[in-house]
Design a protein around this ligand. Sequence first.
Ligand code: NDP
Length: 329
Amino acid sequence: MSGQFQAYQIGKSDEGQRCVLTQLSDNDLMEGDVTVDVEYTTLNYKDGLALTGRSPIIRKFPLTPGIDFSGTVSESSHSGFSAGDRVILNGFGVGEGHSGGYAQKARVSGDWLVALPEGLDTRHAMAIGTAGYTAMLSIMALEDHGINPGDGDILVTGASGGVGSVAVAILNRLGHRVVATTGRMNEKEFLIDLGAADVLDRADFSEKARPLGKELWSGAIDVAGGNTLANVLSQLKYGGAAAICGLAESMNLPTTVAPFILRGISMYGIDSVNAPISKRKIAWQRLASDLDLDLLDSLSFDLDFADLPQAAEDILAGKIRGRAVVKVP
Ligand code: NDP
């Protein structure tokens, strides 16, 4: 029936949070000046937290989860977009406080949308997704710090995951020597194929960090936090920098001031959700030009829309390799 569409919806009752696949109508769409026929979405770590209810990601009930999507504009009263435009949405609280990408339709503010850059299709956009775009923001932070190819090794933690795998692929393509850490040493070949020059066991980073370790990395991208990040900071070379984007190990950071005051290192916080639109546009343009699309294909896999709830458990258990692409039926 026209006006009806399939969507996941998360509701809340006294028994807790529950996610169901259901039919909604256009009347259920939230406020916004652009309506999008969603073509692809994806599964990020935050989606895993939202779907399972493991963390209070969803701030409004009932709500369609999915922090990012790509698709085609069907209606628009926003000056920047017209029907037929291909668009990407990630962040801005979509899938958290505003209904998101796990639906055939979404209505959002046009101010949150980025036009699909030339060179990418809507599937590529979600193979990249929030995770890949966060990898790009992290790389841009290291570049802004002044780190150039040839300056020394860049360490990427959680390298088999979404942010990590895309970061390894792009850094290598840009000419950096990349060292990857992983808890899945059986994925070593996968990481080498993506461009890692060396792969280290993340167990080497799991013990309490010494204030200063051996100077090994000119820069680092960290998705883990906790002891992993503390060890990375203690191993940064003089003047080095780490881009900090995740908490896959822990929210805590048990470090000391030593690497900051004795080696002049820097930490850059990476936020994908509220990054200004100008920065997003640059990041998506860079993704279109700096990421090898064959490698992107090799690090992404198709996930059925119907399998999202199970995959949410898997991503939190660290069982997802690379990036999941979900074709919205
Ligand atoms: P994934 O689950 O795809 O990847 C996370 C990876 O971290 C895992 O694959 C695993 O890699 C590693 N990991 C898991 N558990 C631990 C642990 N206990 N100690 C050390 N490493 C661990 O998630 P994403 O790549 O999508 O996201 C990564 C992190 O970045 C998450 O915390 C997410 O919330 C955050 N994030 C933040 C954003 C922001 O705006 N700041 C945006 C996007 C993501 P391996 O098996 O190779 O060790």
